[in-house]
Design a protein around this ligand. Structure first.
Ligand code: HEM
Ligand SMILES: *[C@@H]1O[C@H](CO)[C@@H](O)[C@H](O)[C@H]1NC(C)=O
Ligand SMILES: *[C@@H]1O[C@H](CO)[C@@H](O)[C@H](O)[C@H]1NC(C)=O
Ligand SMILES: *[C@@H]1O[C@H](CO)[C@@H](O)[C@H](O)[C@H]1NC(C)=O
Ligand SMILES: *[C@@H]1O[C@H](CO)[C@@H](O)[C@H](O)[C@H]1NC(C)=O
Ligand SMILES: *[C@@H]1O[C@H](CO)[C@@H](O)[C@H](O)[C@H]1NC(C)=O
Length: 249
């Protein structure tokens, strides 16, 4: 009942209500992955959502169209969902649930209040701290081609603007076929929102979060066991058999 009223208030009165009545994202670092997010931990639903974007373009190059996010929820939940557009319809959605020891995760989309179906477009790379333990399920992912989607975009196109983030869950009913990422499932029985000021959600460390090296960092050479991938706009330049470095080409 409370969540229905909250939703109604948001939908009818607009974002001012959200800013006043609901919570906002704050900075935190995930101690397992080392990734520092803007996000929120819901003390009632017990879900944590974090999101972080690459730096904004400082020149004429277009802004990058990706982000990294995590969803942490109780392992007992049937499924947990994230809407980065803040609504159910015409938003980029994600669902996650457990299957044996696996984490089943994927993007979804729907035009209305009906079962969202798998969505193609987002290029998803699961990050290595995605896991299921005895108490929690955690999906940590890089989402490329994800700042715009059919019917909307992050910050309504302004990557330093405001974005309402929504999360939902069904806290007791497993999905119909948990082995199948496309499985159908019953409606959420938990729902909440937080406000995200996107101007605070761009990190200079972004490329390190998915495993790349930053400018001037090493990317190769005899004995090098670190990452051999350079971040956006950088190339791994050979210097000697012992040393290659990420540089702007
Ligand atoms: C069988 C699947 C689903 C059904 C039948 C369903 C149905 C509904 C209905 C009827 C509402 C409006 C009533 C209310 O406010 O309580 C709603 C709201 C919402 N749903 Fe779903 N839902 C489903 C799955 C999902 C999924 C997978 C997500 C996200 C990953 C999601 C996200 C939301 C959000 C964010 C809202 C509140 C904002 C809004 O009304 O747009 N839903 N849903
Ligand atoms: C969240 O955790 C608290 C404390 O363990 C518990 O009382 C509550 O039922 C949990 N909420 C949900 C939706 O599972
Ligand atoms: C990006 O996503 C959109 C849907 O949001 C899709 O139509 C488009 O084909 C995708 N582009 C690439 C390069 O995957
Ligand atoms: C399970 O994972 C959660 C979320 O990452 C973590 O907070 C918790 O400490 C883990 N529990 C165990 C027993 O490893
Ligand atoms: C990148 O996004 C920011 C924030 O929306 C905007 O001010 C800037 O003009 C954009 N840059 C380009 C090249 O589109
Ligand atoms: C989900 O339900 C719809 C409608 O009944 C059906 O067409 C679709 O095949 C189902 N999807 C899966 C993966 O079972």
């Amino acid at each position: 009942m409370f969540s229905s009223l909250l939703t109604a208030a948001i939908l009818c009165v607009g974002l001012q209500v959200v800013n006043v009545a609901a919570q906002s994202a704050a900075a935190y670092c995930d101690s397992t992955s080392g990734i520092c997010y803007q996000g929120y931990t819901d003390p009632t639903i017990n879900v944590t959502i974090g999101i972080i974007l690459p730096p904004l373009s400082t020149g004429t190059a277009p802004n990058r169209t990706e982000f990294i996010a995590e969803i942490i929820a109780p392992a007992s939940f049937g499924w947990t969902g994230l809407s980065v557009g803040g609504t159910m319809a015409e938003s980029l959605l994600f669902t996650v649930w457990p299957y044996n020891s696996e984490v089943i995760f994927g993007p979804r989309w729907t035009a209305g209040y009906v079962q969202p179906t798998p969505y193609s477009g987002p290029i998803i790379t699961m990050l290595k701290d995605t896991k299921l333990n005895s108490t929690h399920i955690k999906a940590s992912f890089r989402c490329q081609n994800c700042t715009t989607w059919e019917g909307g975009s992050l910050g309504s196109g302004d990557l330093s603007g405001f974005q309402l983030i929504a999360y939902v869950a069904n806290d007791d009913t497993p999905v119909i076929d948990p082995s199948n990422v496309a499985s159908n499932f019953t409606e959420h029985d938990q729902m909440n929102f937080f406000g995200l000021d996107l101007s605070t959600a761009h990190s200079a460390d972004y490329d390190t979060y998915w495993g790349a090296q930053l400018e001037y960092q090493q990317c190769g050479g005899t004995g090098w066991t670190g990452s051999t991938i350079c971040g956006y706009g950088l190339t791994c330049v050979y210097n000697s058999a012992y040393y290659s470095q990420c540089l702007v080409e």
